[in-house]
Design a protein around this ligand. Structure first.
Ligand SMILES: [Zn+2]
Length: 399
């Protein structure tokens, strides 16, 4: 066999329509299942539309049960508890409703429901080493997932990964399995109209960072690159509108689409923004999308020498005034400003005292730093972080 230069695995059934979340039980049926468990979080469960949706779903499936015993950053233990609940109820499929936390918990429950040790066995780096392609995974008969995202940002609805907290070690673990890709993703803009402007902005910026980091990753993946370019155009078109008027269904649909596309784009990898945001978020609890939104221009400036070709293409795609890096940077700064995103990390109570620690942790964040446009070291990450705390973009010199 010739040397493998790339491996690409691609998505699943995706529906986009106002009200399509009502089809969740029907999609369980298409998967040959009759006893779904709804997995959600307490926040989503309390939203005004939730009861109406579950009443509609119960009309087709009277025994429908809801599991919502999870926190904002779900843990491995919560996934195990959910798996017990799943087994005791003899469920055969999962309908995940919510943002990244609920969807990741649902994936953990799906994996642990077949075997509690799977949560360790399919830890990301171990699984990637053992199963280089999707076809190499053992057949685990995981229950099919029907996923209904209620924010437009994480992309978890279309990824095969879940982030779960190991409460003993105080770290976030990533698990992955070929069968964790949803059987069907239902993108229903009606469910996102109530998302407040601040959360709309932060989750939307997370999706933007996913696309930009994927576009700038040095891996060879032209399909993902094309998706990233188009995804950025969708965000440019729809995020300001969704922020200004949450009831704009066309803008909400555009953002749900762009967010889902981002999970496909970042098969090409993420970069330094996520490498920095992961450890900071794990330690200080700062919102992931907010951190990404603040950090993006600082990391882009550090990467500048390696990403000029991508920025030239992006500036043309977005039809910006000016060319290349400078035009894209101005666009991002003005978008960020219009969405009321602060320009510095000091505004979210972070200080330069932690710079050394952040730098070391960012380098250790293999999933992100290995696919950053440039191989940055701990000192360089620390320097980017310091500049971001001060809000001095001019202090970042391209490496
Ligand atoms: Zn992200």
């Amino acid at each position: 066999m010739s040397e493998q230069i790339a491996y690409w695995g691609y998505p699943t059934n995706i529906l986009l329509a106002s009200g399509c979340s009502a089809e969740a039980v029907a999609w369980c049926g298409k998967a040959g299942r009759k006893r779904p468990l709804i997995v959600t979080d307490p926040g989503v469960r309390a939203l005004p539309w939730f009861e109406k949706l579950t009443a509609t779903l119960r009309a087709r499936c009277p025994d429908l049960v809801i599991f919502s015993d999870i926190r904002a950053n779900p843990s491995l233990d919560e996934a195990r508890n959910g798996a017990n609940f799943f087994q005791k109820g003899s469920h055969d499929s999962i309908i995940a409703i919510g943002g990244g936390s609920a969807i990741d918990a649902a994936k953990g429950i799906a994996l642990a429901s077949q075997n509690p040790t799977y949560l360790e066995q399919f830890e990301w780096s171990q699984a990637m080493a053992q199963y280089p392609t999707l076809a190499d995974y053992p057949k685990s008969e995981l229950p099919p997932l029907i996923v209904i995202p209620t924010t437009a940002g994480t992309g978890s609805e279309l990824s095969r990964e879940a982030v779960l907290v190991d409460t003993d070690l105080h770290i976030k673990k990533v698990i992955t399995h070929a069968e964790l890709l949803a059987f069907c993703v239902l993108l229903d803009p009606d469910l996102t109209v109530g998302l407040p402007p601040g959360l709309t902005a932060m989750t939307g910026m997370d999706a933007l960072v996913h696309h930009i980091e994927a576009l700038c990753s040095p891996l060879f993946h032209p399909m993902s690159e094309g998706i990233a370019l188009e995804g950025i155009c969708l965000i440019a078109q729809h995020l300001p509108k969704a922020f200004a008027d949450g009831s704009d269904l066309s803008a909400r649909s555009g953002m749900l689409t762009a967010s889902a596309m981002a999970a496909v784009a970042f098969q090409k990898g993420l970069g330094g923004v996520h490498a920095l945001a992961h450890p900071i978020g794990a330690r200080f609890g700062t919102l992931h999308g907010l951190l990404n939104a603040i950090l993006l221009p600082y990391v882009m400036r550090a990467n500048r020498n390696a990403i000029e070709p991508q920025m030239n293409r992006l500036a043309r795609m977005l039809d910006l005034d000016g060319t290349g890096f400078n035009a894209v940077e101005s666009w991002i700064l003005s978008l960020r400003n219009n969405l009321n995103v602060p320009h510095n990390l000091h505004a979210v109570s972070l200080t330069e005292n932690d710079a050394e620690w952040v730098g070391q942790q960012a380098v250790a964040d293999i999933s992100s730093s290995e696919t950053n446009a440039l191989p940055l070291n701990a000192e360089q990450y620390a320097a980017i972080y310091r500049a971001a705390v001060r809000g001095r973009l001019e202090d970042v010199t391209p490496f």
